[in-house]
Design a protein around this ligand. Structure first.
Ligand code: GLU
Length: 428
């Protein structure tokens, strides 16, 4: 069976059928530039030494230094990190920011570590990949189960080793340590701008749209909040332990976050101040959530959630991929034939890396922007990318995903070919 990476590359290969691509460019984009694997020794609180495994992949840097998050998860492996780095390459090209693609990962369940252990692990990872990163080489950021605190430790560790304050080496830092305003909800906000554009273009009555969100991390919580504040009906939410569904009402993301922070799980509540009431809901599994009768389905957790096994049962007409790679290539085809529209990950969740780019620019310039400026510029980038992908979709009569790959690939291919192809060198 082809692995995650081989399937991801097929998304690019599909796009290359729509325009002329040299063999040189194709080969280049089918292979990662370089990969590092490190062992990270961590002294645990009980005195024992544990060795964690970490990876960093630079996929392609033709459009700029490589960029991408760091994931902490027990299921991280090299194939996954490589695939995520591949997606970052096309994601940055879709929104037109001057970065290539990278990704990092550490095999760890961070929920089992104390805060002190987590800090030692994060600093240890940076010591391991120190030579591999830098503001002009590769710039990490948060991803699944990493956050701004961790980015702050990592930037600090890098600065200590280099003996130079280097905030631009990592994005997604706390604002107090040189992070950008608006980076916290940027991934969700980017998708939110696209959903609103989509609704406008299709004359949808936003107040009637029923939304299910899988995942309640940074992306899932913020998209639920933003849409809820605009009157969309959030009918289902979940985290890694399971979810809730309300047939009649709309879930209140802030109340649910508050309770999740207290109890460690999602519950159907509506809170005013300290008083929380139950709202009518039923429990659903993560699998059931995907198949609910909703207008918009937003997978905001991990890869491979919508597969050939459940694609036929998906009822949503619109899927917005806030997670990376939630839909397998087989499911993608089934859904396309069913007439389901998918706004693909490399477009839908590009808001995060876009504001990461703004953070890097601000760090290098030493000139910091107001929140309104960040959001205005993010909106402009997202809407422009959406329009361009729409154009490619209409021109080639294909899915949003293939259109996004065509649009991104053309930029990558042009840059690779500008250095000369076989044809150029053969002609002498
Ligand atoms: N981890 C995020 C992503 O998958 C953000 C990466 C970044 O900001 O560099 O897009």
């Amino acid at each position: 069976m082809p692995g995650l990476f081989e399937n991801a590359v097929k998304q690019f290969e599909k796009a290359t059928r729509f325009f002329k691509v040299s063999d040189d460019a194709k080969k280049t984009l089918e292979n990662p530039k370089q990969i590092i694997e490190v062992s990270i020794p961590v002294r645990m609180d009980n005195g024992k030494l544990e060795i964690f495994k970490g990876y960093r992949v630079h996929y392609n840097d033709i459009l700029g230094p490589t960029k991408g998050g760091i994931r902490y998860h027990p299921n991280v492996d090299m194939d996954e990190v490589k695939t995520l780095a591949f997606w970052m390459t096309f994601k940055c090209a879709v929104v037109g920011i001057p970065f290539g693609g990278a990704k990092g990962g550490v095999i760890v369940n961070p929920k089992k570590l104390s805060k002190q252990e987590l800090e030692r692990l994060s600093r240890g990872y940076i010591r391991g990949i120190y030579e591999f990163i830098g503001p002009d080489i590769d710039i990490p950021a948060p991803d699944v189960y990493t956050n701004e605190t961790i980015m702050g430790w990592m930037a600090d560790e890098y600065s200590r080793i280099s003996r130079k304050l280097t905030p631009a080496v990592i994005t997604g830092k706390p604002v107090s340590l040189g992070g950008s305003k608006g980076r916290d909800d940027a991934t969700a906000r980017g998708a939110y701008y696209i959903i609103r554009e989509y609704a406008k273009k299709h004359n949808l009555d936003e107040k009637k749209l029923r939304v299910a969100v899988q995942g309640f991390g940074n992306a899932g919580y913020h998209i639920a909040r933003l849409l809820h504040d605009d009157g969309y009906k959030i009918v289902a939410l979940s985290d890694s332990k399971g979810g809730i569904y309300t047939k009649t009402g709309s879930l209140h993301p802030d109340s649910i976050l508050k309770v999740k922070q207290e109890k460690g799980m999602i519950d159907g509540v509506y809170c005013r101040g300290t008083v929380c009431d139950d709202i009518e809901h039923e429990d659903v599994t993560n699998e059931q959530l995907l198949e609910l009768d909703v207008d918009i389905l937003i997978p905001a957790a991990l890869e491979n959630q919508i597969t050939e096994k459940n694609a036929d049962r998906i009822k949503a007409k619109l899927i917005v991929e806030l997670a990376n790679g939630p839909t397998t290539i087989e499911a993608d085809e089934i859904l396309f034939k069913k007439g389901v529209t998918i706004i693909p990950d490399i477009l839908a969740n590009a808001g995060g890396v876009s504001v990461s780019y703004f953070e890097w620019v601000q760090n290098r310039a030493g000139y910091y922007w107001e929140l309104e400026t960040v959001q205005e510029r993010l909106k402009k980038l997202m809407v422009m990318a959406f329009e361009e992908v729409l154009k490619a979709r209409e021109e080639h009569k294909t899915s949003f995903r293939t259109a996004a790959y065509i649009y991104a690939s053309k930029k990558l291919v042009a840059a690779i070919e500008a250095k000369g192809t076989e044809e150029f060198f053969r002609r002498g």
